[in-house]
Design a protein around this ligand. Structure first.
Ligand code: GAL
Length: 686
């Protein structure tokens, strides 16, 4: 197995819980999986008691028997380490392993993920169970790979136990060395928070108005991420030492307060995401919400996933309607939607698709989280659809390892992501622009990537894109500013939005004129700034006669030497003043746009830069279809995904082979409701 690309071909799997069913069902379940085209079965991630029913007593009979059956059917498993659900004996004997809420009240046994990453006892118990499993199954021929835990930071992504406070102090001592430094970084002179001994420092606690020191909270999010990464590494270190190099290591899900890039680099061979687009149709959502992309929004999460790991997998792909007995109600996926959502994942770079779950649970809180089969297990339309997906996979198996082709990238970084979480003002602009750029990219058929700036990000990674957008980098560091400057000088085009560069890495505001370290790059200075209020007239920035929405927040600008004013505000007390400035720098150019980006504004940038409608040489499609291209060597697959409940027409401009029908198509072509077409473009030089 090549660790840089785990799947050699597009592969199908399923999630299965042998412990939920009578053993007499295993044989026929596995036979039917195999017949449907399933090759891998993810198991055991919540089954700690089956391996260690009492502390220190290990038994493998149950899963040994299951794996024998798996082998007999020519299938293999991904084995979960069962640490997402500590056994009752552990929660009972060692209450210190429990996570707590912000008031310090522990979460009790009964749900899942109630442990904390920093309890020395939980880490010891983890070490033991993972070592035992790795030794027993690390060479088993039916084990293809391992899943660490399940959905790190799902259910709860904040940790307030005593072990967390102890570990937070260690983290802070290492980071700051002294209390003086910590006091400076957290600005504790404000409201007399100055610490005079480490024993006074805690993870954030219950405070008046729920307003804890924001610089502390920013460090706290960094600490949670560090804790989750180190907990995963505890497990991956054991696995790497014990298991065969042919078995891969992954984990699943994508949750907040976690640097998934670091997690993947340190601990995984492949990152997997759990994709549940049917959430878009929950009964609580407003169905009339006009610009909502509904299930198509999951392409945004897949774009994030691809930034973490270009060749990823989907460990849990929706097959039936979602629901717990306590929350979440939504209609069942319509015929075709399971295929559509599968292909959405594949179009974005998934080489592995594993459905959640084989048969719907008859027990527990997830009795309404429907799998492929219903409780009775008889053949149904969803199983028939899985079989059809297998046939479609047969037509595109060799797509594994092909790269998604983006026309531009939106820059992100964890400092800003976590600082924005602490900051209501930034959250408002950030949310608007995240949606604005994503929707514009989708609706103008201009595929985008996210690119996370990290300490080791190389200029070459930036230069892959002709356009980079850094919507609201409030925190801008010297090294990131230098990297961005080099990108522009080398010929890149960079767009900043409002609220750039006014904070340091601590989250404290800087006293330099805004936009701080971006000022020299884009040749703009912020003279004044304000939210656009509900009583204000809508504001635009008029660029060559075209009004662009200047939504949410406005930075009123002044050009510096060598910069040009491209657009001015059309209303509010700053009407006529500059709102869009460009500076040519080296071979490239940088823009400062003094607002958040709506879909309209972002789409206008894409059009003006000649990037919109990236596939118009090949076909025209209505905005209701997503278009995506993957490329490997000289081979190119162009996906057309119709999310609509009506069939739609596209225009294919040259005869192209459509791989699912096997036909060559040209001219007006119908794509069925919830339908997917994949066209093979003519080969190009590698
Ligand atoms: C995922 C989780 C699964 C299952 C599923 C449906 O988040 O990994 O174990 O709970 O959601 O709720």
């Amino acid at each position: 197995m090549k660790k840089d690309r785990v799947f050699e071909k597009l592969t199908m799997g399923v999630c299965y819980y042998p412990e939920h069913w009578d053993e007499s069902l295993w044989d026929s379940d596995l036979r039917r999986m195999k017949e449907a085209g399933i090759e891998l079965v993810r198991v055991a991630e919540f089954a700690w008691n089956k391996f260690e029913p009492e502390e220190g007593v290990f038994t493998f009979d149950f899963f040994d028997r299951f794996l024998e059956t798996v082998e007999r059917h020519g299938l293999r498993v991904i084995l979960g380490t069962p640490t997402a659900t500590p056994p009752a004996w552990a929660s009972h004997n060692y209450p210190e392993i429990l996570n707590a809420d912000i008031r310090g009240i522990p979460y009790r046994h009964g749900a899942r993920r109630h442990y904390n990453y920093n309890s020395p006892k939980y880490r010891a118990l983890t070490q033991e169970i993972v070592t035992q499993l790795a030794r027993h199954y690390g060479r088993h021929p039916a084990v293809a790979g391992w899943q660490i835990d399940n959905e790190l930071n799902c259910e709860l992504n904040e940790f307030y136990s005593e072990s967390d406070t102890a570990a937070f102090r260690v983290f802070l001592r290492k980071k700051y060395g002294s209390l003086d430094e910590l006091n400076r970084a957290w600005g504790t002179v404000f409201w007399n928070q100055t610490y005079t001994s480490w024993e006074q420092v805690f993870v954030p606690r219950y405070t008046a108005n729920n307003s804890t020191n924001p610089h502390e909270v920013l460090d706290y999010y960094r600490f949670i991420s560090e804790s989750a990464c180190s907990y995963a590494k505890l497990q991956s270190d054991i696995l790497r030492a014990e298991i065969s190099p042919d078995q891969f290591i992954t984990t699943n899900g994508m949750f907040r307060n976690l640097d998934n890039h670091r997690l993947t680099r340190e601990s995984l061979d492949i990152y997997t995401y759990d994709s549940y687009p049917d959430f878009a149709f929950q009964l609580t959502e407003d169905p009339l919400h006009s610009d909502s992309l509904n299930d198509r929004k999951w392409s945004r999460n897949l774009t994030e996933t691809r930034s973490v790991c270009p060749h990823f997998g989907i460990m849990e792909q929706q097959s039936g309607s979602p629901g717990w007995n306590t929350r979440m109600e939504a209609p069942a996926p319509k015929p075709g939607q399971m295929t559509l959502w599968t292909m959405q994942s594949v179009a974005h770079g998934a080489d592995y698709i594993s459905y959640f779950r084989w048969r719907t649970s008859t027990i527990g809180t997830e009795i309404y989280w429907h799998g492929i089969l219903d409780y009775c297990g008889k053949n149904n339309r969803r199983l028939a659809e899985v079989r059809q997906v297998t046939q479609k996979f047969d037509a595109i198996r060799d797509i594994a390892g092909a790269e998604y082709q983006a026309s531009f990238a939106v820059l992100k970084d964890y400092d800003n992501q976590w600082d924005t979480q602490t900051d209501k003002w930034l959250t408002r602009v950030d949310k608007a622009s995240e949606k604005g750029w994503f929707n514009a990219s989708q609706l103008t058929h201009t595929p985008m990537d996210y690119l996370y700036l990290r300490d080791d990000t190389a200029l070459e990674e930036l230069l892959r894109y002709p356009l980079l957008v850094y919507p609201h980098a409030a925190i801008l560091t010297e090294s990131r500013a230098a990297l961005l400057r080099s990108y522009v000088e080398a010929g890149g085009r960079l767009v900043f939005g409002c609220r750039t560069g006014y904070k340091a890495v601590t989250g404290q505001c800087v006293m330099d004129p805004m936009p701080g370290l971006a000022r020299e790059i884009c040749g703009a200075e912020v003279e004044d700034f304000t939210f656009v209020g509900p009583a204000d007239d809508p504001v635009h920035i008029v660029w060559d006669g075209t009004p662009l929405d200047a939504a949410v927040f406005n930075d009123v600008l002044e050009p510096l030497d060598g910069a040009e004013v491209l657009g001015t505000f059309d209303s509010n007390y700053y009407a006529g003043k500059p709102g869009l400035i460009r500076k040519k720098l080296g071979k490239g150019e940088a823009y400062y746009f003094g607002a958040a980006f709506t879909q309209q504004a972002a789409a206008e940038f894409l059009r003006r830069f000649g990037l919109a409608e990236a596939f118009s040489d090949w076909l025209d499609a209505p905005s209701g279809c997503e278009l995506a291209l993957r490329k490997k060597g000289g081979k190119r697959w162009l996906f057309v995904l119709n999310y609509g409940s009506q069939a739609t027409e596209i225009t294919v401009k040259h005869p192209l082979r459509e791989l699912f029908s096997g036909e060559t198509q040209t001219g007006a072509v119908t794509v069925a409701k919830y339908g997917v077409s994949v066209f093979l473009l003519p080969e190009v030089e590698k």
